[in-house]
Design a protein. Sequence first.
Length: 640
Amino acid sequence: MLRKFIYGLCLVALLVIVGGYGYLHTKLPQRSGEIVLPGLKHKVQVLFDEWAVPHIEAQNEQDAFLALGYLHAQDRLFQLELMIRVAQGRLSEILGEDMLDADRYFRTLGISRFAETYAKDYFHKNPQNVKDALKAYLSGLNAFVSGGPAPIEFTLLGIPKREYTIKDLICTGVYMSYTFTNAVRQDPLLSYIHNTFGAGYLKDLAVYWPKDDTKIDVSSKSSGSELELAELSFEIANLLSQVPTFFGSNAWAVSGSRTKSGKVILANDPHIGYAAPSTWYEAHLKTPDWELYGHHIAGIPFALIGHNRRMAWGVTMLQNDDLDFYLERTNPDNPDQVWFRDDWEDLRIIEEAIPVRDREDYPLRIRISRHGPVINDVLEPVKESVKQPVALSWQMLSDFENSTEQVFYELGHSKTLADTHAAVSKLHAPGLNISYGDAEGNIAWWAAARLLIRPSHVNSFIFLDGASGKDEFTGYRDFSGNPQSVNPDSGIVFNANNQPGDMGTGLEPGYYAPETRARRLSQLLKQEKYDWTTSDMQQIQLDTKHPGIPRFRKYFLEVLNESSRRDKLFQSAAETFINWDGNHAKDAVGPTIYHRLFYHLSISIFADEIGEKGTMVLLSTSLADKSIPRILSSPESPWW
């Protein structure tokens, strides 16, 4: 009897395993066979290579983009759904109240409001070919939603399938742009330091670019609310850590005069956060009169980096300052009015309800001034104790004439240097470095963005005065004044999120990365070498040497040289660190010693003023990396 029971139990287990396998197998993407898609004008052939990269061959562009949309949905639908929900503040609906802070923040920020207005009132202003491509992509996306299997994540989380819209696609692009911004963490923190400890403490922080650091070559008193706001943005970033972000990139181009083949070599390695599935979606699109091999992101039909038979382009984050915080002055008789210049202005009020899984909806009241949404309203402690509103002004959400879709559509159709220049000059936000090379031997780099002109007295890294009208930006630079370099005599253009050089109007303020990557690129690329190959470029991309280690290490030589007085572990660590050449090899111990030393040094320098949490915010920006060397060389720094 027991034997029969065990046999029966094993049979049930086997049936469950087989059934489960069969069920999961239905969720796999289709890589062969035939699919009938509504809206196709002609037959489209899709071949997958050994890496599952689709090679799409169609008779016209609309069919190619429709097929791409279907494939994006088949392979990345949950990823797309997640990014849209982040942008629109709808995570709590599926993940519960743990995501409520993130939802309140992003609903207040207003990505969804911007996308809705853009889709309704501005999308039609795009060129017809751009609109046709976007609509075709969207049709392909929705064809899978209506006819394909729901991803397993949809089933597990109870996410209903729905038809996606142009608004959703816009939200995806704007959210990715948001991940570029450092101002949401850095500006509140710097304002807190400035108002609490004084300008002297900012002096030794590398808020502005140190004079001698490597730049991109051009050819031509506090309540504490600021610190809480910085900590909030840091915590939200942690909440959303599973949604990949861009955090740094390198790109360079070498002219044919310096290569073995005599042809231009372009190298680009965007440092996007790791994710499974990958954030990038590699695809090859071909029609009788157009061809492009590029890297896409789900929800964005146009390649962000790519190449055709005539040219190639790459991108890195520019990190220019296009986001400001304004302190508003509230009417004591009406908290929903703020002063501007010579009169009280009504705040725009929006009432929303956030659906939350397994509990009642959460009511949200959003206040918006002429500068933007009042962002400290999402901080309950600050909301109760601080009456002065802080409005967030981000160019990405106020510039409806900006069409990133058109920019990347035109980049994907460019054939010449002039075509590419015309395309990148249309980009307003987010700020990007565009690197370029073509079959004619041209190389170029452009800082592509609509750069703000601010009054000379304005320090855009701390909270600005929203009441007087004196801190308003006054216009935009003409693109000809943007940092750029076209066919320089050196035969090299490169950037690594570092500060662009001066085009004659002063350095552009921004949240630029430490210059160490740029300095290392300069060391490698500017050597007297005229036979560069693609293999050489791959080795540079894999280079792990930190050029700032000798400078950093010299401040600790006295302690290190006294290691004989310490225990054996200290002696061993000191010897390792002294002899370390700065390379971050996977089996090297030097990097571990350096990064732990840097971390504890940061805590000891900053935590007594801004707390450990504030120090973690600082470490999440580039400020600590840029400022520690300056503070180490300044014995009189107030941070000591």
